[in-house]
Design a protein around this ligand. Structure first.
Ligand code: NDP
Length: 610
């Protein structure tokens, strides 16, 4: 790797060999890439379907099937559905129904209650509608129980429990062109009608299991982290897993979830084996309680201001102050376009494409060196510390922030079983085999993440049939097709929330809120204009798809060189098929402005009303 002299000067002193580091990254990547990519995983269907049973439901609901009609149905009661409900209520829509498969609101925070579960995005930005509800989170980073409680608070505040159908899974949805309604069928025999539907199914909602030989043979206890079995482990999401005191526990997966629950398993299990394929990047957390004086000093409008400040900073933009001042804003300041911008200012000219890419790569090496040094500082055994070092660029995988994770490996009862990038070899009746050695366990926890690479309709668990009998799976067979990420031609009155050709941000609820406001605007306009049906025109959809595809090259090379994971379609296809492949390439700041301008123009360009 030949470093450009200007880049060298901008970067300053270099205490590492970039050529050797790059070679190491590529070698680590190469030995992890598998030809089966995203299909390596075991879906939770058929004999594995019990992995998605709801262990948290307290009172199973009994009710007769519904055949009624509502104006707006919202599918999903997580943050997307809650925000849609809130913004629609604010816009004066009364006849709403939320349909949710879980027994309560909360979405991902309903399901993910594993010990240690928390949100690593600052709570004052992340928890929606804090000012509207007059609520202040207890900590800078909220724990799962508080986020779940806040979800219920939003649902109560906006009367979303009224008429809601909880413990109800949608199985099918079809458009009745003559009547101008959707018919929604569910697993409770419902056939309800809705004029409009907002689909807020969530992006990471379907757990997956590792594709390991013998996964059916293991006779001990197993569960996925998103369905934590507290009946077996004892305790709750704060820990206290007393049921594990005499148990040998194994956990597969060291992503953002594994990192949060491993410290609790280490504290309570008699013996814990952590089976690792690729280590995560673990930076400082520094959580603390909310300072009441600071909270009292906040002026109205503070939350939106803070969310905007965070979003600009994590998008590589400039703000005079960093209101958040945490690990996210630090890494974004140090490894993204911000670095290139300050170098340009110093130089008095724009950096060339090559200079910019090289400077950012060097900064990334420096940042990841710090992360690797942190493993050395906090883990006593040098061999274990070495195995915990991540060898890839910061955003190849989701960055993690945790203060107890690495020190957990200093416990006598905790063993890191590193698989040398190969993953678990197979399961036996009694345990887990890695590198030819069998580790006997009583309980095996799968922290193996969620389906990302499969089709939208498969993850949602139902297909939808639009005008002229066309299914969404068919319409999207060659890739997503939307207008502004929200609507598709041939699927009138249906709005997709989440990650369909939209802009992504670190603070996901921020993006969901923008989508919710946009839906509320469109439906308000329909009401104003006495229209009942709104649909993306074929031209509007095509123009938007063209724009998305043209911008989709952003990041493609970056992800092609990354170690496999769901960000890059498990390493098989660079950016294509990965989580970011169909996102709005110009970023969220630009995207939110595009939506705002479109609303201000008021001509609903790209949509047809009738
Ligand atoms: P991930 O998909 O990120 O991680 C799955 C883990 O399972 C990886 O470590 C993977 O290894 C490992 N794995 C899979 N198959 C095997 C195998 N055969 N042998 C050994 N290991 C295997 O899932 P998570 O649940 O951790 O996280 C999903 C997402 O949820 C995060 O990326 C994040 O967006 C979100 N999240 C957010 C949190 C927050 O604080 N806001 C907290 C927790 C999750 P490998 O890396 O090699 O593929």
């Amino acid at each position: 790797m030949k470093i450009d002299p200007t880049v060298q000067e901008m970067f300053g002193e270099m205490d590492f060999d970039p050529t050797a580091l790059k070679a190491k990254y590529l070698a680590e990547r190469d030995r992890r890439v598998r030809p089966d990519g995203s299909t390596q995983y075991q879906e939770v269907t058929a004999e594995f379907s019990h992995y998605v049973d709801d262990p948290y439901v307290e009172q199973p609901i009994e009710r007769a099937p519904l055949f009624d009609t509502v104006e707006i149905a919202i599918i999903g009661g997580g943050f997307g559905g809650l925000l849609a409900g809130a913004r629609l209520r604010e816009a004066g829509f009364k006849d709403l129904r939320v349909i949710e498969k879980a027994a309560d609101f909360g979405g991902t925070w309903y399901w993910n209650r594993y010990p240690g579960a928390m949100c690593d995005v600052e709570s004052y930005c992340y928890l929606p509608l804090l000012e509207e509800l007059g609520y202040m989170p207890k900590h800078k980073y909220s724990f799962a129980a508080e986020i779940l409680e806040h979800s219920k608070r939003i649902a109560r505040h906006f009367d979303l429990y009224d008429n809601a159908c909880l413990q109800t899974s949608v199985t099918d949805m079809s458009w009745d062109e003559a009547e101008g309604y959707w018919t929604i069928s569910t697993d409770r025999g419902d056939k309800m009608r809705a004029r409009y539907v907002a689909m807020a199914n969530g992006p990471l909602s379907r757990p997956k299991l590792p594709g390991i030989e013998g996964i059916n043979e293991f006779k001990g206890h197993t569960f996925h982290t998103s369905r934590w079995d507290y009946n077996y482990t004892g305790g709750n999401s704060s820990g206290n897993l007393t049921g594990l005191k005499d148990k040998r526990v194994g956990i597969i997966g060291t992503g953002a979830t594994g990192v949060q629950c491993i410290p609790h398993l280490g504290e309570w299990a008699q013996q814990l084996y952590v089976f690792q394929r690729t280590p995560s990047s673990i930076d400082e957390r520094n959580n603390h309680e909310t300072d009441p004086d600071w909270a009292a000093s906040l002026e109205p409008g503070w939350q939106q201001e803070r969310m905007d400040n965070f979003n600009v900073l994590v998008s590589g933009g400039h703000q005079d102050v960093d209101l958040i001042n945490d690990g996210w804003t630090d890494i974004m300041r140090n490894v993204t376009g911000t670095v290139a911008k300050s170098a340009s200012q110093k130089l008095g000219r724009r950096l060339t494409k090559i200079e910019r890419a090289q400077l950012m790569e060097l900064c990334d090496f420096r940042k990841m060196n710090q992360v690797r040094e942190r493993a050395e500082e906090l883990v006593a055994d040098p061999t274990v510390a070495e195995a915990l070092k991540p060898w890839y660029r910061q955003f190849c995988k989701r960055p993690c922030f945790h203060d107890e994770y690495l020190p957990t490996y200093n416990r006598d009862n905790v063993a890191l079983i590193d698989s040398d990038g190969k993953g678990v070899e197979r399961l036996t009746e009694n345990g887990v085999v890695v590198n030819g050695v069998e580790y006997e366990v009583d309980c095996l926890v799968f922290a193996t993440g969620f389906e990302v690479g499969t089709s939208y309709t498969k993850r949602a668990g139902y297909d939808i049939t639009g005008r002229d009998g066309k299914t969404l799976s068919n319409h999207w067979a060659e890739g997503l097709r939307t207008h502004q990420g929200l609507q598709s031609h041939g699927f009138p009155n249906c709005f997709f929330m989440g990650f369909t050709q939209t802009a992504i941000t670190v603070n996901v609820p921020h993006a969901l809120n923008e989508q919710a406001k946009h839906i509320a605007y469109i439906l308000s306009e329909l009401r104003e204009r006495n229209a009942k049906v709104v649909e993306a025109t074929a031209e509007g959809e095509q123009a938007y798809v063209d724009e998305i595809r043209a911008k989709a090259t952003v990041g493609a090379r970056f992800y092609a060189e990354c170690t496999p994971g769901y960000y890059n379609g498990e390493g098989t296809s660079g950016n294509r098929g990965g989580f970011f492949s169909d996102m709005y390439g110009d970023g969220s700041i630009r995207f939110f402005k595009v939506l705002e301008k479109w609303r201000a123009a008021g001509d609903l360009n790209g949509l047809a009303l009738r």
